[in-house]
Write a protein of this length. Structure first.
Length: 156
């Protein structure tokens, strides 16, 4: 799993894929700006709750297209451009519970690497996490055009 908020999205989209120092192709994108603590040579995750994903709507469709992102985890609704990209590139957006940053941190077993920390700062840096049993997650938007944020007609 890797984290990317606004600044990281913009930076990665401007870069050539071959110049990115890590491989995004087999990782989950997590909209998160974690709170981290440095201890000797390692990082400890203090809190890693999701950030508001709608802020990434401006460029999420381009991100999905460029990096073939298959699973995005965040908080709250995403817009029509993301929904169309999820359908076109067979991807899924899942929501994680807001306010549960300590629970998320507990599921992160290892900080593998951090990129762009000095340039972007702690919250906007790209963190590579090894996770186990990460969740709970709710599939909020899928590749069939379904969204839990759209008005339901099941009770109409």
């Amino acid at each position: 799993m890797f984290t990317a908020r606004d600044a990281a999205h913009q930076k990665l989209l401007k870069m050539n894929k071959k110049d990115i120092p890590f491989d995004l192709s087999n990782m989950v994108l997590y909209h998160c700006g974690p709170l981290m603590k440095k201890s000797k040579d390692d990082w400890k995750v203090i809190s890693a709750g999701p950030t508001t994903s709608s802020r990434m709507e401006l460029f999420e469709d381009k991100f999905i297209k460029k990096f073939d992102t298959k699973l995005i985890i965040g908080k709250g609704d995403m817009g029509i451009n993301t929904q169309k990209a999820l359908q076109k590139y067979i991807s899924v957006y899942a929501s994680y519970t807001g306010g549960a940053g300590a629970l998320a941190a507990d599921k992160i077993k290892k900080v593998k690497k951090v990129y762009f920390l000095e340039e972007l700062g702690m919250a906007e840096a790209v963190w590579i996490f090894e996770v186990k049993d990460f969740g709970p997650l709710v599939v909020s938007m899928d590749s069939n055009g379904n969204s839990i944020y759209k008005k339901s007609t099941c009770f109409d």
